[in-house]
Write a protein that binds this ligand. Structure first.
Ligand SMILES: C[S@@+](CC[C@H](N)C(=O)[O-])C[C@H]1O[C@@H](n2cnc3c(N)ncnc32)[C@H](O)[C@@H]1O
Length: 280
């Protein structure tokens, strides 16, 4: 059986430049607006397709070293293409942030946007790593997402996936069990609460301050959200359905989003926190 275009997109996390306009892109300027002074070194953790690094290189002519650590080879390749004009100011390394390797230098600025929930349950390792890689007076700027969650720990994207599974025939009440059997930890559980994160951060970094915004996602139609889901969540959830129904699953996620948009005027909204963390 040949995979549909959206399944291939999910496998390769393609189309993120377009998809990220719906939510993640807003973190970029928000984070860079908090940078003070004239940094020479910035490390972006989970650098994706290199959008934050590019914006930083444009904003800060003093930046001599813009480093991206990222797991997906597809994303690194796309970032390398995007950042080619900046030559030796850029270094991209393949890395697993749940087991981060030390780098032989420190940075005045470390950033991480829309990534931390993917590191669950090993987030503390990246806090220890950042503590060891900040220069004295340097700042780790981190964004974390906080969707409301139900008694099963589901919320945010899990709700759209729940709608899609129901459309494909799973009874509503059986969806949390289907997640558990399929080894899918709900995203609203992965994201943790602010209090839980503060407890993980505390031993390694000092919270110098925070900002908060409400991230509201709106779409023009079902297809737009179908592609947002595939580019952002890849095949994280789609393994919950048999291979021959995956195209149908992605379509149903898009349709759920579009129905919510028509009913509520938006697909979803959730609190996003921007943490300013300094070394202890
Ligand atoms: C939602 S994207 C965010 C990308 C970018 N930071 C942004 O704000 O647009 C999450 C990124 O984290 C990366 N990622 C997830 N788990 C990772 C891990 N264990 N190590 C390194 N990168 C990881 C993904 O490949 C993806 O590029």
């Amino acid at each position: 059986m040949t995979a549909s275009a959206v399944e291939i997109q999910a496998r390769t996390l393609a189309g993120y430049a377009d998809a990220s306009r719906l939510r993640q892109v807003q973190d970029r300027d928000w984070v860079l607006d908090q940078v003070t002074g004239a940094p020479e070194t910035l490390i972006d953790l989970g650098s994706g397709i290199g959008q934050l690094l590019q914006a930083a290189l444009e904003r800060f002519p003093t930046l001599r070293r813009a480093v991206g650590l990222e797991r997906s080879p597809h994303r690194i390749a796309e970032a390398a293409e995007r950042l080619r004009p900046y030559g030796e100011r850029v270094a991209l390394h393949r890395a697993d942030l749940t087991a981060p390797e030390p780098l032989p230098f420190r940075a005045e600025v470390i950033t991480q946007t829309s990534v931390l929930h993917w590191l669950h349950p090993d987030e503390e390792r990246i806090f220890a790593w950042a503590g060891a890689h900040l220069t004295p007076g340097g700042t780790f700027l981190l964004t974390t997402y906080h969707p409301a969650r139900d008694e099963h720990g589901l919320g945010g994207e899990d709700e759209l996936v729940r709608d899609a599974l129901v459309a494909l025939g799973t009874p509503y009440d059986e969806v949390p069990g289907a997640f558990a059997r399929g080894g899918v930890l709900p995203i609203a559980t992965r994201t943790r609460t602010v209090e839980d994160l503060a407890a993980l951060i505390g031993p390694h970094l000092r919270v110098a301050g925070h900002l908060e915004r409400d991230a509201v996602v709106t779409v023009d139609g079902a297809a737009q959200y179908e592609h947002f889901h595939a580019a952002t969540f890849g095949d994280y959830y789609s393994g919950l359905v048999p291979e021959d129904r995956r195209a149908e699953f992605f379509r149903a996620v898009g349709e759920s989003a579009w129905r919510r948009q028509r009913e509520r005027g938006h697909v979803s909204h959730m609190a996003v926190r921007l943490w300013s963390l300094t070394s202890r």
